[in-house]
Design a protein around this ligand. Structure first.
Ligand code: IFM
Length: 449
C-alpha cells in the first residue's frame, strides 16, 4: 500500500439492523425499523431484518473473514435498542456485552473497531414520544452515547455519533421511504436540527484525549443541469438541503439562510441559534459516505408543492437529470472524480479536519456461477476507480485518512429488502453461507501489494 499515506486505514462497514438479526434476543427492545419492516408494503417483497445475516451469532466468523481479506478496521453500528430497550432508563447489560464481544474479537484479529452509535434504528418508544421531531430525543441520544462509550471505552477508541442524518430526517420524516415512514414536509427540518443537536451533545459527553469522535454524513456534489438561472437555482436548493444543511452547522456554526427561507423555517430555527456552538464543537474527523453526485434541473412549472411527500421540502419538484453515466443497480451514476470534488469542498470548509471515506460501494445483481464463484467485475471496477480517486485526493494533500467499503456482507438494504447486494462477501440467506466474491479476492490481493 505504498501509494497511500502511512497509517491509511482500510476497513469495511456494516450496520446493526442490516446484518444482526436476533431482534428479540437477549433483551433487545423494538426499534422503528422493526415496526416499519413489519408494516405491509413498506419493504420490497415484505422482507424484514428479523434474521438478516445472523451476524449476532456469526460475528466472530465475519470478523475473521474481514481480517482474512487484509482489512484492518471494522465499522459496525450499535443498536440503541439492545443497550437501552426502552430508549432510556434501564440499561441492558447483555446488549453491551454483545458489542464488547464484537470489539474484542476485532482486537484479537488485528482489526480496529470503529463504532457508529446511530445508524437509523431509533428505539420505538422514543418515536412514540415524538421521535426526531422533538428535542428530548437529542438528549436521550446523549445519555445513550455516554452509557455506551463509558461501557466500551477500553476496547473502542473510534466513535461516530450518527450515520447519514440526511436519511434519518428526509427519508424518515420527508418522503417516508424509511422508518418511521412519516411525511412531515418542512417539519422534517426539525429532525435535522435535533439530530445535529444529538450529535453535539453526544460529542460533548464522550470525546476525550483517549478517543476520536466524528460523524458520518452522506454529502453529494450537486451540479446544475445547465447554466440557466433556473437550473442553477434548482441546484442551489438541492445542494442546500443535501449538503449545506449539515456541513454548515457542523463546520461553520451556522445554518444556510437560503435553505431556511426556501422552507419557511427561518423563524423556528432562529429560536435555536443557542444550540449552534454545541453542534459545531470541534470533532476529530468527518466521515464521508460517498456513492454518486446529482445533476439537477428546474421543473417546467412551480418548484414548490407543499402537498407532495419529498426529500426536498420547499423545492419538491426538482428534477434529477440523467447525464449518461453508467449506473449501478440502485440507479446511481458512477462518477469517481466527484469523490475528489466532494473531499475538496469539505476541506475548504474545514482545512485541518481529518476525513475518512466511511462508506463507498455498489449494488449489482450478483449470481453464483456453476463453479460457486461470484464474478462481480462491475463492483470490482467501481471499487478500483473510487479507491484510485481516494489515492489521488490524498496525493494532492487532502487529509484523507482511511477508506471503508460498503459493505462487508450482502445484507438488508432497507426499503429494498434483500434485493440489492452491496457486499464483497456473498450471503446465501437460506443457509447463511458466506462466499467471498471476486471483488473481495481482488481487494485482498490489492491490499497485499
Ligand atoms: O445500505 C446503506 C447504508 O445503510 C447507508 N449508506 C448507504 C448504503 C447503501 O444504500
Amino acid at each position: 500500500m505504498k501509494d497511500f499515506p502511512e497509517g491509511f486505514v482500510w476497513g469495511a462497514a456494516t450496520a446493526a439492523y442490516q446484518v444482526e438479526g436476533a431482534v428479540a434476543e437477549d433483551g433487545r427492545g423494538p426499534s422503528i425499523w422493526d415496526t416499519f419492516a413489519h408494516t405491509p408494503r413498506r419493504i420490497a417483497d415484505g422482507e424484514t431484518g428479523d434474521v438478516a445475516d445472523d451476524h449476532y451469532h456469526r460475528y466472530a466468523e465475519d470478523i475473521r473473514l474481514l481480517a482474512d481479506l487484509g482489512l484492518t478496521a471494522y465499522r459496525f453500528s450499535i443498536s440503541w435498542s439492545r443497550v437501552l430497550p426502552s430508549g432510556a432508563g434501564k440499561t441492558n447489560p447483555a446488549g453491551l456485552d454483545f458489542y464488547r464481544r464484537v470489539a474484542e474479537t476485532c482486537l484479537e484479529n488485528g482489526v480496529t473497531p470503529y463504532a457508529t452509535l446511530y445508524h437509523w434504528d431509533l428505539p420505538q418508544p422514543l418515536e412514540d414520544a415524538g421521535g426526531w421531531l422533538v428535542r428530548d430525543t437529542a438528549e436521550r441520544f446523549r445519555d445513550y452515547a455516554a452509557i455506551t462509550q463509558g461501557a466500551l471505552s477500553d476496547v473502542v477508541k473510534h466513535w461516530m455519533t450518527l450515520n447519514e442524518p440526511w436519511c434519518s430526517a428526509f427519508l424518515g420524516y420527508g418522503n417516508g421511504e424509511h422508518a418511521p415512514g412519516r411525511t412531515e414536509g418542512a417539519d422534517s427540518l426539525k429532525a435535522v436540527h435535533h439530530l445535529l443537536l444529538g450529535h453535539g451533545l453526544a460529542l460533548q459527553a464522550i470525546r476525550s484525549p483517549e478517543n476520536s469522535v466524528g460523524i458520518a454524513l452522506n454529502p453529494a456534489p450537486v451540479y446544475a443541469a445547465s447554466e440557466s438561472e433556473a437550473d442553477r437555482d434548482a441546484a442551489r436548493r438541492a445542494d442546500g438541503l443535501r449538503n449545506r444543511m449539515f456541513l454548515d452547522p457542523l463546520l461553520l456554526g451556522k445554518y444556510p439562510g437560503d435553505v431556511l427561507e426556501d422552507t419557511g423555517m427561518a423563524d423556528w430555527f432562529a429560536r435555536y441559534d443557542v444550540d449552534l456552538p454545541v453542534i459545531s464543537a470541534p470533532m476529530d474527523f468527518l466521515g464521508v459516505n460517498y456513492y454518486c453526485p446529482q445533476t439537477i434541473a428546474a421543473p417546467d412549472g412551480p418548484i414548490a408543492d407543499p402537498g407532495k411527500a419529498s426529500t426536498t421540502p420547499g423545492s419538491e419538484n426538482l428534477v434529477a437529470v440523467d447525464t449518461g453515466l453508467d449506473r449501478t443497480q440502485m440507479g446511481w451514476p458512477i462518477d469517481p472524480d466527484s469523490l475528489k470534488t466532494l473531499l475538496r469542498t469539505i476541506n475548504e470548509l474545514a482545512p485541518e479536519l481529518p476525513l475518512y471515506v466511511t462508506e463507498n460501494g455498489a449494488a449489482y445483481p450478483d449470481e453464483v456461477g456453476p463453479d460457486g464463484r461470484i464474478e462481480d467485475a462491475e463492483r470490482q471496477r467501481y471499487l478500483e476507480q473510487h479507491i484510485e480517486a481516494g489515492r489521488q485526493a490524498a496525493a494532492e494533500g487532502l487529509p484523507l485518512k482511511g477508506y471503508f467499503i460498503w459493505t462487508l456482507l450482502d445484507n438488508f438494504e432497507w426499503s429494498y429488502g434483500f434485493s440489492r447486494r452491496f457486499g464483497i462477501v456473498h450471503v446465501d440467506y437460506a443457509t447463511q453461507t458466506r462466499t467471498v466474491k471476486e471483488s473481495g479476492r481482488w481487494l485482498k490481493e490489492f491490499l497485499s501489494r
